[in-house]
Design a protein around this ligand. Sequence first.
Ligand code: ATP
Length: 301
Amino acid sequence: LLQLYMPLNFLGSVYSSIRQSFVDLEQLFSLLGEHAEIEDQAGAKTLLAHLGEAPAAAIEFKSVWFGYQPERMILKGISFSVPPGARVAIVGPTGAGKSTISRLLFRFYDVNQGVITIDGEDIRHYKQASLRETIGVVPQDTVLFNETIQYNIRYGRLTASQEEVEGAAKFAHIHNFIMRMPDQYNTMVGERGLKLSGGEKQRVAIARAILKNPRILILDEATSALDTRTEKDIQQALDEIAEHRTTIIIAHRLSTIVNANLILTLQDGQIIEQGTHTELLHKNGVYAAMWAAQIKEQDHS
Ligand code: ATP
């Protein structure tokens, strides 16, 4: 029994540290066999995960309070709603709680107060496996396995055919790059293989998300700057994949969210402003100041 217990315990601690970093967690959870920190309720419902099986999802946060420790609340009464198919961006200074919002949506933690709903139903009433299947993430920093580029893309949906993998790669604007690699789709990447740039890794993440075809997409924008051309290409792919899907963008570069249906400015765990880009500029508040600062920065670079 001890022998069996030890590796499980080890996995538990690996799980804790990985949970933070948003490393393609959905699949990881199934690999770890649904580590039961948060249990499904008896009679939990199945959320339809893929676009096509059901239309885009509606998301709502109602007076959500949450702290990693009870004595330090990180989100303090957050309320917002994302209509089906809409694109909502969350902006705000580092440490404001932006990523925490997406961790709660995935239900890595339960809220202390308030409720989060998808399609009008408390997410605690859904089976976790189906909840995580419903949400795709394009993370800030994609982890690649020491495997072929093909495997790394297929990781989005392990049953995808070669054709589907290539289709997703084309969509993510990485197919041509792959075809120029020494062994094309069989080229080894990762630490021990060909190293990919930040932009290339993001495209792999986009291709994975396309294969997964989730009803909800979370884009955790990279803080590191990409060159303008790459950025434009990636933006185009992201715009395409976000189309018809309910999308939450954790934004660092405000230029990418000008067309969002709703922008939330988060500061110290509270939404201090919300509206469209134009509305927020008119308010002349925190968002307008962040916008002015980024324009100035661009002018100087
Ligand atoms: P950034 O723009 O830098 O990514 P963010 O707005 O996404 O920041 P969060 O990652 O949501 O910020 O973190 C909000 C706060 O919660 C921070 O003060 C952070 O230190 C704290 N925090 C995050 N994870 C944990 C954890 N596991 N335990 C305790 N505190 C945490």
